[in-house]
Design a protein around this ligand. Structure first.
Ligand code: 13P
Ligand code: SF4
Length: 303
């Protein structure tokens, strides 16, 4: 079957089911093209909370689809590739987080949204790369903070804000692999082009970059910038949207190109099958939804 036929089926099933398709900026171009909304983690959380659709098809990794279910518990949330997880989210085991909490009752647990629903049950507050600076700034200065699971993001925020924090041992394997050498090589190949990196990169990489931004922040930056060329230090799926939205500008990935294989597990045929079968669904028990919703809602309340 040709892609066009699969897309036609998706369109038909989508209207039959009253479904909305949400896709992360790292998904493949064909998925971004069929989505009703493409965005970063924060934007997609907000969309999930407000869309009120009977069915949400979430094209991204599992923790993102779980967040949609937590914020929209009455919707059927379909995750077309249930095995597509985030290796960093799995680095904060819920039992280990609960044990830390019991041993350190004075600490405020701030969790990057890249955590499983089971882990979110155990924390006080969530953040994304798009709001982490505001979230940390809103915490009273004398409060002890444990930041999890991304040690790179935590260290980058601490360096920027001057805030003392403790860090969980975790990182995004894709962004952690980006080196100073990769960045300098790209600068030599494209002199004058600003380097935009994701704050999940190592602090020494962030220090050498011109901007450290969420995926949504990068898209906004390149849209508003009068510049014509940009070096992009994040997962390569974002290049599709950058090029589509900015036809006169040029975007250069790092070499080697950072690829999150989990994000690529969402395919057109799997979206079609999920809509047809109303499966695989995200199923979370009521207690998990209730407890995990608290830190996410607190995050969304910080403007
Ligand atoms: P954003 O919230 O910036 O889209 O990041 C999500 C993510 O998983 C980055 O690796
Ligand atoms: Fe997780 Fe990294 Fe993939 Fe983002 S790029 S989903 S943090 S593994």
């Amino acid at each position: 079957m040709m892609n066009e036929d699969v897309i036609a089926e998706i369109d038909r099933l989508k209207s039959d089911r009253g479904a909305v398709i949400l896709a992360h900026n790292y998904t493949t171009g064909d998925i971004q093209d069929i989505a009703d909304y493409v965005g970063d983690s924060l934007e997609l959380s907000r969309k999930a909370a407000e869309c009120g659709a009977a069915v949400i098809v979430f094209c991204g990794v599992r923790f993102m689809a779980e967040t949609a279910k937590i914020l929209s518990p009455d919707s059927i949330v379909l995750h077309p590739a249930p095995e597509a997880g985030c290796p960093m989210a799995d680095m904060a085991d819920p039992d280990a987080v609960a044990a830390y909490r019991a041993a350190h009752p004075d600490a405020l647990l701030v969790a990057y949204v890249n955590t499983t629903a089971a882990t979110k049950r155990e924390v006080d507050l969530c953040c994304t790369s798009g709001n982490v600076d505001r979230i940390v700034a809103a915490i009273p200065a004398d409060r002890r903070i444990m930041f999890l699971p991304d040690g790179n993001l935590g260290r980058n925020v601490a360096a920027k804000s001057g805030r003392r924090m403790e860090f969980w041992p975790g990182c995004c394997p894709i962004h952690d692999r980006i080196s100073v050498t990769d960045l300098m090589r790209a600068r030599r190949a494209h002199p004058g082009a600003p380097v935009l990196v994701h704050p999940e990169c190592r602090p020494e990489v962030v220090t050498l970059a011109d901007q450290a931004l969420s995926t949504g922040g990068m898209l906004e930056f390149v849209r508003k910038s009068p510049g014509r060329e940009f070096i992009i230090g994040t997962e390569s799926g974002i290049l599709y949207r950058m090029r589509k939205e900015n036809p006169g500008k040029r975007f250069f990935p790092l070499d080697p190109e950072p690829v999150c294989t989990d994000m690529k597990k969402i395919t057109l045929t799997r979206v079609r099958d999920a809509l047809r079968d109303l499966s695989p669904r995200i199923e979370l028990d009521e207690e998990t939804i209730r407890r995990a919703a608290e830190p996410i809602r607190k995050m969304l309340a910080v403007r």
